[in-house]
Ligand binder design. Structure first.
Ligand code: CA
Length: 409
C-alpha cells in the first residue's frame, strides 16, 4: 500500500498562514512502494521517510504525520512541536505490537512550522530542511546518520559519503527508543526566503548546488517541487523522493497591507478635512452673504437686496428683498449713479435706514420742486396783471416776490 500524497500549492491554507507552497512525492525508479509520507497543512509541513520493509515503513511514516497533524500546535511553538514528535514516536512504537505495523519499523521526521517570519523545526533522522536565503542554500537540519557522524569526525568527505555502502544507516529515528528526543531549531526567516523539506531520495540523488539552482530558477513553489522530484528521478531515482517547497511571504506582506491601509486612511481623512473646509467656507460665505445688503434700482425705484452685487461665472450672490416707493429721479444725481453699481451696506436694517433717508430726501426735493413751480406760476400771474386789467393779486405774492412787486409799484 504505497503512501503517495501530493498536494497542489493551495490545499487547506489557513487564512493567517502567509505562505505559498508546493509538494510532491514519488516512488522513484527502483523501489516497489513509497515509504515516504508528507503533510502540508500550513503552518505545519512534515516529511517522514519510513523504513522497515513493505507494509511497515509506510505505516510508520503515515502514523508519524497523522499524529503530528493532530497534535502540532496551531502556531510555531518549539516545545509543543517537540512533544508532538515524541508522541508520534510513542505511537510508532505502540503500532509495532498492536497489529498496525511490524517490529523494527521506524521513520524519520522533519517537521517544520512556518508562520510569518518564524520557523520552528523538529528533526529526527536524515530527511532534511534547507533554507534558500538571498539565493544561497543552507542546510538547516543535521542528519542523524552514520555518514554525518563520519563526516563530522573527518573520516569522510560529503562526496565520499554519497556513494558509501552504509549511506542509509541512520542513528536516530522514531520507533525504537521511547525516550528519543528530536533536535529543535528555531530560526527567524525573511520574506523572499524559501524553505525546502525533503527525504534523502532528493538529497542523496542531487548535490546541494543542483538543488540550489532549481530552487532559484523555478519561481512557482509547486512547479519547483515537481521539478526537483523530476531531477532526482532523472539522476536515477534510487529511492522514494518527497519534496515540500514553501515560500516565506513573511510580515512584509502584512506590513505592505498596513502601509496601504494607512495611506488610504490618510487620503480619506485629507478628503474629509478638505470637504469640511469647503463646507465651512460655503456656510461662512452663505452666512456672510445673508447678512449683507445693498440698494439698487429696479424700474426707476430704489430696491433693497440681500447679499452683494455682481456675479461670478453667471452665479449671482444676491436676492431681491423688496422694491421701495422711492423714485431714483427724486434722489441726487450722484446717488442715482451709485445705485446703478449698487450701494452696499452692512445689513438689511442699514438698508432700510438708508431708504428712509432717501424718502426724506425725495420728499424734500418734491416739496422744493412744488415751491419752485408755485413761484413760477406766481411770476407768470404777476406778469399778466401788469400787462392786463390789474387783476387781484394774492397777498402772498407781495411776500414771495417783493422785488417784482416793488418794481411794479
Ligand atoms: Ca529514503
Amino acid at each position: 500500500m504505497a503512501k503517495s500524497r501530493s498536494y497542489t500549492s493551495t490545499p487547506r491554507t489557513r487564512k493567517s498562514a502567509l505562505t505559498t507552497f508546493g509538494s510532491r512525492t514519488d516512488i522513484g525508479c527502483v523501489r516497489d512502494h513509497n515509504e515516504d509520507s508528507l503533510i502540508v497543512a500550513p503552518p505545519l509541513f512534515v516529511v517522514a521517510d519510513g523504513m522497515g520493509g513493505h507494509a511497515a515503513g509506510e505505516v510508520a511514516s503515515e502514523i508519524a504525520v497523522s499524529v503530528l497533524e493532530q497534535q502540532a500546535p496551531a502556531h510555531p511553538d518549539s516545545e509543543q512541536l517537540e512533544r508532538a514528535v515524541e508522541e508520534a514516536n510513542r505511537e510508532v512504537i505502540l503500532a509495532q505490537h498492536d497489529g498496525r505495523g511490524r517490529e523494527g519499523m521506524g521513520t524519520t521526521v522533519t517537521a517544520a512550522m512556518l508562520e510569518g517570519e518564524r520557523l520552528v523545526i523538529a528533526q529526527v533522522g536524515d530527511s532534511r530542511a534547507y533554507l534558500l536565503h538571498h539565493g544561497r542554500l543552507q542546510q538547516l537540519t543535521r542528519d542523524h546518520s552514520l555518514m554525518a557522524d563520519m563526516i563530522e569526525a573527518g573520516q569522510l568527505t560529503p562526496e565520499e559519503a554519497r556513494f558509501h555502502p552504509n549511506r542509509s544507516v541512520i542513528t536516530r529515528a522514531l520507533g525504537s527508543d521511547p525516550l528519543m528526543r528530536p533536535d529543535i531549531f528555531e530560526i527567524n526567516v525573511e520574506a523572499g526566503d524559501r524553505l525546502l523539506i525533503c527525504s534523502d531520495g532528493l538529497s542523496g540523488m542531487l548535490r546541494d548546488p543542483e538543488i540550489e539552482t532549481t530552487l532559484r530558477r523555478v519561481h512557482d513553489p509547486q512547479r519547483c517541487a515537481s521539478q526537483l522530484v523530476n531531477e532526482a528521478i532523472a539522476a536515477g531515482g534510487h529511492d522514494n523522493v518527497t519534496v515540500i517547497v514553501a515560500d516565506v511571504v513573511g510580515h512584509s506582506h502584512k506590513k505592505l497591507k498596513r502601509v496601504k491601509l494607512k495611506a488610504r486612511l490618510t487620503v480619506f481623512f485629507i478628503l474629509l478635512l478638505f470637504a469640511a473646509i469647503i463646507a465651512g467656507a460655503a456656510w461662512g460665505g452663505y452666512t456672510y452673504l445673508n447678512s449683507r445688503a445693498y440698494l439698487s434700482a429696479v424700474d426707476g425705484k430704489v430696491a433693497i437686496y440681500t447679499g452683494v452685487p455682481g456675479s461670478v461665472m453667471g452665479i449671482s450672490f444676491s436676492e431681491l428683498d423688496r422694491v421701495t416707493d422711492v423714485s431714483v429721479d427724486d434722489l441726487q444725481p450722484g446717488t442715482a449713479y451709485r445705485l446703478e453699481a449698487g450701494i452696499q451696506v452692512d445689513n438689511l436694517q442699514a438698508a432700510e435706514s438708508l431708504v428712509r433717508e432717501y424718502e426724506s430726501e425725495a420728499a424734500a426735493r418734491q416739496a422744493e420742486q412744488a415751491d419752485d413751480e408755485a413761484a413760477m406760476d406766481d411770476a407768470a400771474n404777476d406778469g399778466e396783471t401788469a400787462d392786463g386789467e390789474g387783476a387781484t393779486a394774492p397777498d402772498t405774492t407781495a411776500a414771495t416776490a417783493p422785488t417784482e412787486t416793488g418794481a411794479t409799484a
